[in-house]
Design a protein around this ligand. Structure first.
Ligand SMILES: [Fe+2]
Length: 422
């Protein structure tokens, strides 16, 4: 019987299908361009290869093609007769996920990993920020991610993929030295891992090491095609650092070349919205004049791509887009129709952005503070949630409350506290 790189048996009699599947799995785990191509090649070689449809489903979901993902997992379900127990369980778990049943899917992941610890396809649905744990909305989800990956580590050895995911969990729980060592070891094993390059960027961000971050991405990004799922987001990281160093022209150029909905050709709509809205707002917070048409454009994209609430992290970025664009009905919908596991935090944050747009700094600060106790539940990385942290700091500074801003930064984001010292 053929096996994948992790030693999991594959129900196919075709060597060509098994080979294509193995290549496809590595492309999926490394966020390389055309993540679906290898799974499609495996299916072409063996149209009855259920696991290849399951992999295709996850590859499509990762770039935001939900209809395609659901079609692929439905096809996998028709082929489960005769597959291994692991493959059947994997297809069951992915069916729950593609059906939008996040909590049930996460429980299925835990059950599955207890039995099949080296099934990376299932593990990777919950191993990163935009996964089932990341978007669970639960208190302590960063620690939960670290615990999930810590349990898997002994089963994988020196595996570039899991090491990169573990490094991210270490980074997001503040263990930066260990995270830096782990991601450097991972990247030494596979320098082409786009998720690894991403984690390397986050470690530099959390360390406040702007020069290293810029230098790393300047070297790494040109070798990664724009069609890669992480290209837009890695460009966001680079553009944010450009903003920080005062290279505003460079920031605009990179935004227009790689981050906006028209430019980020490989990214999922979620990433495109979040990265564009976030960069515009972070620029405005830094004192850069953001042309109103840019806000209108991302607000229109947000309305088209996310007509319903349901994911607090997305809704927070929809909210800032509508608020700054002056799109009153859009922002009221976010405030009045919160939905999803962290929906209790969204109205306050949305009202904070609305108040900022009206230049009511005191009102905005009040709203942001009421959501601050556990912003991690919203989802996203620490770097991304700095959208709220920096918004509150700006509101305090604009009221002349420098000492309060310094104390807040010292408590929550010590690495930037120096910028608020009196
Ligand atoms: Fe990131």
């Amino acid at each position: 019987m053929y096996k994948d790189r992790y030693g999991n048996a594959l129900t196919t009699t075709s060597q060509a299908a098994a080979d294509a599947y193995e290549r496809a799995l590595d492309r999926l785990l490394a966020g390389r361009p055309e993540m679906d191509a290898g799974f499609l090649a495996a299916i072409e070689a063996d149209p009855g290869f259920a696991a290849a449809y399951a992999g295709l489903s996850r590859a499509r979901q990762t770039v935001g093609d939900m209809a395609g993902a659901q079609a692929a997992i439905a096809q996998a379900q028709t082929l489960v007769g005769g597959v291994t127990a692991r493959e059947a369980s994997q297809i069951h778990m992915l069916s729950l996920m593609m059906g939008g049943k996040g909590a049930e899917a996460l429980q299925a992941v835990y059950d599955h990993m207890d039995r099949f610890s080296r099934d990376a396809v299932v593990a990777q649905t919950s191993s990163s920020i935009y996964g089932l744990i990341g978007f669970s909305g639960q208190p302590g989800r960063e620690a939960q991610m670290l615990a999930f990956l810590s349990r898997l580590m002994p089963h994988y050895g020196e595996d570039w993929w899991l090491m990169s995911q573990y490094a991210f969990a270490l980074c997001e729980t503040g263990q930066l030295a260990q995270a830096g060592d782990m991601i450097d070891r991972s990247l030494a094993l596979n320098p082409d891992n786009a998720h690894g390059a991403h984690v390397r960027s986050h470690v530099s961000y959390e360390e406040g090491d702007v020069d290293s971050g810029i230098a790393y991405l300047k070297e790494w990004l040109p070798g990664y095609a724009k069609a890669g799922v992480m290209h837009g987001h890695l460009s966001w990281h680079q553009a944010l650092w450009m903003l920080q160093t005062g290279d505003v022209a460079g920031m605009w150029a990179l935004l227009d070349d790689a981050v906006t909905p028209d430019a980020a050709i490989g990214g999922a709509p979620l990433s495109v919205l979040v990265d564009t809205a976030s960069l515009l707002h972070r620029a405005e917070l830094a004192g850069v004049a953001v042309p109103q048409e840019r806000w209108v454009s991302i607000s229109e994209f947000a309305a088209r791509a996310f007509p319903r609430t349901g994911n607090a992290f997305v809704d927070m970025h929809v909210a800032v887009s509508h608020a700054m664009a002056g799109e009153a009905s859009g922002i009221s919908r976010i405030i009045s129709e919160p939905a999803g596991p962290a929906s209790d935090l969204v109205p306050s944050i949305a009202q904070g952005f609305q108040d900022m747009a009206r230049r009511d700094w005191a009102g905005a600060a009040r709203h942001f503070k009421s959501a601050m106790a556990d912003t991690a539940r919203i989802g996203g990385s620490r770097a991304q949630r700095d959208l709220v942290e920096h918004s509150l700091l700006a509101c305090l500074m604009r009221q002349g409350l420098r000492a309060e801003a310094h104390d807040l930064a010292a408590l929550r984001r010590p690495v930037i506290a120096g910028a608020y010292a009196s």
